[in-house]
Design a protein around this ligand. Structure first.
Ligand code: BTN
Length: 330
């Protein structure tokens, strides 16, 4: 796609002027086609300067997660090679399931600016207002037994925390690394409130997975008012926690790149090499938690995770226990 090819070259030569002639020769199209694509990019919000005899220079990009922006900058070999983007969707999960059933390849990314019926874990809804967050689903075809799948969710949460930490570092966003924590199994908490969640869904037979869809919702640039009243006490965003707006494209690129490498490691070597990274990013053992067990709320202490990713905890006055699935609150 011409727009992607032009953006690729702008990002390879940051701050430099690129001539229309040079661009057209490198890409193999006419200068008129280059000019037309530049005009289209401008309409999308790219700030591109043009000077006679010097050419074009990119000076600003819009806050949009458009596929040509992502593809131009993505350094992965299979993750995000197919990006399905819509301004609005009911849920990226729903579309990802359809595409997976129709044979979409592993690494397909479904992305939107706004969800009207975003879905969370345990049948809850996920509030996904326009252009404030990252609402994305990954289609995967892991050749592992279905029992191993909960670990994939833990792997995804490591990718998410590390992508947030890396982006904060690179952009000097004032968010201390240790503030971003995973609450078992995969909620991301910052400053005691939830900033992101992961929903892993699967189509499987008894002994094999047909496909999995990992859905990630990350609250990025919400203000307090962007959250419905009833969740304002529990929900937060990167912006609220750091008092600054974040670059969503950078976050998503970092997430996709990290996901490709960690997922590959997980498929080849299992959860063992990833477990220490999950533990490093998780709440400290000893934290008080409330656990929903068979319809009952029990208070206790979180103690860590087992090799298979299940949670070790101890209810107040009770024996140490293992939790394989369920809901844990702070
Ligand atoms: C949770 O309950 O913590 C999980 C929330 C997952 C939300 C994401 S947003 C993108 C994807 N599409 C959805 O409908 N849900 C997931």
């Amino acid at each position: 796609m011409l727009k992607t090819e032009i953006l690729k070259r702008f990002y390879q030569h940051p701050g430099e002027f690129l001539s229309g002639e040079g661009l057209s020769q490198q890409i193999g199209c006419t200068r008129a086609a280059v000019w037309k694509a530049i005009e289209e990019l401008r309409k999308e919000g790219y700030q591109i300067e043009a000077y006679p005899n010097r050419g074009y220079r990119l000076v600003g990009s819009p806050d949009r997660l458009s596929p040509h922006e992502l593809v131009a900058r993505l350094r992965t070999s299979w993750m995000g090679k197919d990006i399905v983007y819509h301004e609005q969707l009911d849920s990226t999960q729903t579309l990802a399931h359809q595409l997976a059933r129709d044979g979409a390849p592993e690494g397909t990314v479904v992305l939107t600016e706004q969800q009207t019926q975003g879905r969370g874990r345990m049948g809850r809804s996920w509030h996904s207002p326009k252009s404030t967050g990252i609402w994305v689903s990954f289609i995967l075809r892991p050749e592992v037994p279905p029992q191993v799948l909960p670990q994939l969710t833990l792997v995804s949460s490591v990718c998410l925390v590390e992508a947030i930490q890396q982006t904060a570092l690179e952009h000097n966003y004032p968010l201390p690394q240790e503030k971003v924590r995973i609450k078992w199994p995969n909620d991301i908490y910052i400053g005691g409130k939830k900033a992101a969640g992961i929903l892993t869904e699967v189509s499987a037979e008894l002994d094999r997975i047909n496909y999995a869809v990992v859905g990630i919702g990350l609250n990025v640039n919400h203000t307090e008012q962007d959250f419905p009243k009833e969740i304002q006490q529990r929900a937060t965003s990167l912006r609220i926690q750091s008092q600054t707006s974040w670059n969503r494209v950078q976050l998503l690129l970092s997430l996709l790149e990290r996901f490709e490498s960690l997922y590959q490691l997980f498929i080849q070597e299992g959860f063992a090499p990833i477990k220490p990274r999950w533990e490093q990013a998780a709440l400290s053992p000893g934290t008080t938690v409330t656990v929903h067990v068979q319809g009952q709320l029990q208070e206790g202490r979180y103690l860590g995770i087992n090799e298979d990713g299940s949670m070790i905890w101890q209810p107040v006055g009770g024996e140490i226990q293992t939790l394989y699935s369920g809901d844990v609150n702070l």
